[in-house]
Design a binder for this molecule. Structure first.
Ligand code: NCD
Length: 338
């Protein structure tokens, strides 16, 4: 794929070679994201960061990634603060904002909305999540994390054994991740969810067509026993008809230190796209795992910046220029990154 000027809307756009390109550029971004070096390659460029659904890490990491390349960020959050609340169409909003920006990141509650917006945009649009449909940049950062965790254990993505746990029906991160995993070979995938919240059938079929061994189950303890990655997800309350309906499933599959010690292999990596629901009654990923060295959730969030920097550098075609005119940072940066 030729990245310059392209929208990033779905993981279906990628071939395996594209993933390798993105990950190689992400590696190149590490010194900048880890606060060792500074680059101003996107000085003067503007990111339109448009988030019409709640977000902390995706919104802030898109913005930070752009800032770390030297660019500036203009932001809109929520419908109520934008002209969409006055009835403006996605088409008009896209025409307007793309006149003010060089690239746009967008999150919206309707499946397909970011693609509709992109078709009217005059600049590249990166999908930050469109309803329950897709979250391609999250899937890329998840895969980048899986690759680096497996590398540290002498393994690889091909042949990976992974359990995906929780709300697989509405969780867009696992939808995109499963599609992306179809570019790799010989995976064993355990889909652990209540029957009502199963992974959509077309995605399961796509994985089986890719020759992956896929099991759908309600049995957490047996199916986390022999996996490299246990990927937990939050019940996507906002996609249910009511809070009461979401309550039926909240807390159904809990991973905590005790369950981990009893059932998982000692090296199993624990992942979650975050936010985890830490309220009593939910706790799908318990805080008592915080000191477990295999808990990769904050390595995932750190990797979000690296991967998003790579995507900006690729779609704005500055990869070759990033290291030019770079310098070391001149402030105290500590040792906050693992
Ligand atoms: C996820 C999302 O928004 O889909 N969060 C994120 O972007 N890291 C997962 C979630 O909200 O549960």
């Amino acid at each position: 794929m030729h990245f310059a000027g392209q929208h990033i809307l779905s993981v279906n756009q990628f071939e395996r070679a594209d993933i390798e390109t993105i990950f190689a550029v992400a590696d190149q971004m590490l010194p900048y994201a880890r606060r060792k070096r500074v680059t101003r390659v996107l000085e003067g460029a503007v990111l339109g960061n448009m988030f019409f659904e709640p977000s902390t890490r995706t919104r802030v990491s898109f913005g930070s990634a752009f800032n770390l390349l030297g660019g500036e960020v203009r932001e809109t959050t929520g419908f109520e603060d934008s002209a969409i609340a006055k009835g403006e169409s996605l088409y008009d909003t896209a025409r307007v904002i793309s006149g003010y920006s060089d690239v746009i990141a967008m999150r919206h509650p309707e499946p397909g909305s970011v693609a509709e917006f992109a078709s009217a945009s005059r600049v590249p649009v990166l999908n930050g999540g469109d309803g329950a449909n897709e979250h391609p940049t999250q899937a890329l950062l998840d895969l980048y994390t899986i690759k680096s965790e497996m590398h540290g254990r002498g393994g690889d993505i091909d042949g990976l054994r992974i359990a995906l746990i929780g709300d697989l029906r509405y969780g867009r991160t696992v939808h995109s991740l499963c599609k992306l995993l179809c570019l790799f070979q010989g995976l064993e995938v355990h889909l652990i969810s209540p029957p009502e919240l199963r992974m959509p059938g077309d995605i399961v079929e796509t994985m089986r067509s890719a020759d992956h061994k896929v099991t759908e189950t309600e049995d957490l303890e047996d199916h986390i026993a022999h996996v490299d990655i246990a990927y937990s997800t939050r019940i996507q309350e906002e996609r249910f008809g009511s809070r009461e309906e979401a309550d039926l499933y909240r807390g159904r599959f809990r991973l905590n230190q005790n369950i981990y010690t009893q059932h998982c292999e000692p090296n199993t990596v624990i992942m979650h796209p975050l936010p985890r629901d830490s309220r009593e009654g939910a706790r799908e990923l318990d805080d008592d795992l915080n000191d477990n060295p295999n808990l990769a959730i904050f390595r995932q969030t750190d990797n979000g910046v690296v991967v998003r920097m790579a995507l900006f550098a690729l779609v704005l075609d500055v990869v070759e220029q990033v290291d030019r005119d770079a310098r070391d940072v001149n402030w105290y940066t500590g040792s906050r990154f693992q």
